[in-house]
Every structure is written in structure tokens, then in C-alpha cells.
Design a protein. Structure first.
Length: 336
């Protein structure tokens, strides 16, 4: 079976081919990605209309690339998968439209995939995929969730953010410090030269006794600190970045450890863009090693949005017999 996957929920256009035989773990045949980050940087954030237009420009050339690289033809495709949501409506419609058009032209069914399920299952694209069951920490620009995962499609939310996502906390704090968009990786880089204990910033809900998160107050505290520093902000920026990162990472770490303790599970999967953060990885690795917990991450280049995870999630759902692909070809997107 060969699945073509298309991701266009936000500011990356991703296309990939995933194939499998019988019960074997599906494998990535090829993938191609175009990031719009440089285009949106001038505006300090994603401009939805520009995102949609750029997806339109990129999606067919990228599709051609994945077929060329895998040595496959359009006619080899069994199912066309696309990101159904969540994401920007216009951006999602590009991927859905192309998927439905290709499906209709080829006489092959289409399948809409939940973007977060793509992130969640992205570690299965690595050489050493996790086994079920596991705890998943899903940390992206739009979501922060802890989940118990017993199998494909068997997900229980243990806790989630009540306001901003972890990636949003990185991005908004970075913006306050005058760093480019998207701020997460820039803040993380700057933090390497700073003192994480320089500023006392809040760790919201750290002792709440549940597995929920809240990051809005942290952003406000960073703003207050930045204002207080005034002219001094420029010379203390690395310290503020390091302190912000330390606050976010500590909360993510402690809550993940609580989720592992509560469920008694010995495997943790970390997925989503913030999963690329080096400090988070170091601290999770160290703490989990002490507790005999194995940590799995997607490969670094598959942490942020990509088509491979969408094709993979579609393949795993189809293989598990969870979902029928459809020949209805309705543009079916779900932004929220
Ligand atoms: O999963 P993703 O590509 O998109 C969403 O589905 O939201 O995640 C993007 C988020 C952004 O907030 C970005 O700043 C953050 O992931 N991010 C990072 C790092 N790399 C990406 N945050 C902290 N440290 C990083 N190294
Ligand atoms: Zn994402």
C-alpha cells in the first residue's frame, strides 16, 4: 500500500509517500518540505492569506519531487491523505483541495488526518519506533497536551493547557525580546549564553496536583521583567531568555514525570515543534533515565510540521482498520 500525505495546516507545505506491506510498520519512501518562515518573518507572525497562496505555489512541485525521489508514479498511489485540521482554514483547504482533486483524477480514495495525531505518531518514522502503551507529551505552537496512548486511535487526554501552548509561550516571550519569528528556536539559542537562574519567573500550575498547564501568566511576567529592565534589556536578554526557557522546561518536565508516575507507564513520547528544544530533551533524558523510563522523540527534522507524519498517521489508521478512506471528495477541513 502506498499513501501520499499532504500537510498545509500552517506555514510549512509538506508532502510525503509512506508505504507498507501487511502488518509491517509503514516506512517513509520520500518526503519534501517547504518552509514559509522567511516569508512571514517580515510580519512577525503567520499571515494566513499569504500562507494559503504559498501552499498553492508549492504543493504540486513538492508532490512531483516525492514521486521522483521514491521512483514512483501517481498511478501507484492507493490513498491520498491530507491534514483535515486543526489549522488555518484557507491553508487547510489547499491541501484538502489538492488531495481531493488527485483522488478524483486517479479514482483513489482520500483520507483526512488530525494534525496532532500526525505529531503523536511521528516517532514511528524513526529507526527505533516506540511500543504501545506510552505517555505522550505533545508540545507544539498551538497545543500542549499529555496523553495516554494505548494504540493507534486509543488516546486519553490526561492534561492540557488552559490558555497558551508551550510553543506560544516561547514565541510570545521571544517577540517581547525583539527576536525574529518563530521565536522558539531563537530564544533557545540565545538562552545558551544566559543564566537560567538570573530572573525569578513563575512556574504556573506546577503544584496544581493535576496534569494541566498554563503559560499565559509566564508571558505577562516576561513582559513585566522586560519593561523593568528598560535600556538594560539588550545586555540582559540572554539571561531573560535562559530564565524563560528554564521556567517552561521545568513545568513540562515535572508534569510529564507526574503523568508517568500516575499511569505507571515506562515509555514517554515527545512530539511537536517544542520537542526539538535541546534543554527539554536533556532534562527529560536525565530524569527518565533515573526512573527507568525510555524516551522517544521524532527525528529532529520531523519535530515541526511535515507531510511524513500525515502520511504515517493515515497509513497506521488504515493498517489498524480504524478508518475507511472515502471517495466522496468533499473539501472537509476542521480549523478548530
Ligand atoms: O509543531 P509545530 O511545527 O507547529 C504546530 O503545530 O504548532 O511547532 C511549532 C512551534 C513554534 O512555537 C516554535 O517556536 C516551536 O515549535 N519550536 C521550538 C523549537 N523549535 C521549534 N521551541 C523551543 N525550542 C526549539 N528548539
Ligand atoms: Zn504542528
Amino acid at each position: 500500500m502506498l499513501v501520499l500525505g499532504i500537510e498545509s495546516s500552517c506555514d510549512e507545505t509538506g508532502v510525503a509517500l509512506v508505504e507498507w506491506e501487511g502488518a509491517a510498520v509503514p516506512r517513509l519512501a520520500s518526503h519534501a518540505l517547504h518552509s514559509q518562515i522567511a516569508m512571514h518573518q517580515a510580519y512577525g507572525g503567520v499571515v494566513p492569506e499569504l500562507a494559503s497562496r504559498d501552499h498553492i505555489r508549492r504543493v504540486l512541485p513538492l508532490t512531483q519531487t516525492v514521486f521522483d525521489e521514491a521512483g514512483k508514479r501517481l498511478a501507484d498511489v492507493d490513498v491520498v491523505a491530507y491534514t483535515r485540521g486543526p489549522g488555518l482554514a484557507g491553508a487547510l483547504l489547499v491541501g484538502a483541495g489538492v488531495a481531493c482533486a488527485l483522488g478524483a483524477a486517479l479514482g483513489k480514495p482520500v483520507l483526512g488526518v488530525h494534525h496532532l495525531e500526525g505529531h503523536l505518531l511521528s516517532p514511528f518514522l524513526s529507526e527505533d519506533p516506540p511500543e504501545f502503551p506510552f505517555v505522550a507529551l505533545l508540545v507544539s505552537g498551538g497545543h500542549t497536551q499529555l496523553m495516554r496512548v494505548d494504540g493507534v486511535g486509543r488516546y486519553e487526554i490526561l492534561g492540557e493547557t488552559i490558555d497558551d501552548a508551550a510553543g506560544e509561550a516561547f514565541d510570545k516571550s521571544a517577540k517581547l525580546m525583539g527576536l525574529p519569528y518563530p521565536g522558539g528556536p531563537w530564544l533557545a539559542k540565545l538562552a545558551e549564553q544566559g543564566d537560567p537562574a538570573a530572573f525569578k519567573l513563575p512556574r504556573p500550575l506546577l503544584h496544581s496536583g493535576d496534569l494541566d498547564f498554563s503559560f499565559a501568566g509566564l508571558k505577562t511576567a516576561v513582559l513585566t521583567q522586560a519593561k523593568k529592565l528598560g535600556d538594560q534589556l539588550d545586555v540582559r536578554k540572554a539571561d531573560l531568555a535562559a530564565s524563560t526557557q528554564a521556567a517552561i522546561v521545568e513545568v513540562l518536565l515535572k508534569k510529564s514525570l507526574s503523568a508517568l508516575a500516575e499511569t505507571g507507564l515506562k515509555r514517554l513520547v515527545v512530539a511537536g515543534g517544542v520537542g526539538a528544544n535541546r534543554m527539554l530533551r536533556q532534562q527529560l533524558d536525565a530524569a527518565c533515565a533515573q526512573r527507568g523510563v525510555r524516551v522517544h522523540y521524532p527525528e529532529l527534522h520531523l519535530c515541526t510540521d511535515n507531510g511524513a507524519m500525515i502520511a504515517m498517521a493515515a497509513a497506521m489508521r488504515l493498517q489498524a482498520g480504524l478508518q475507511e478512506a472515502t471517495e466522496a471528495y468533499a473539501f472537509d477541513v476542521k480549523p478548530r
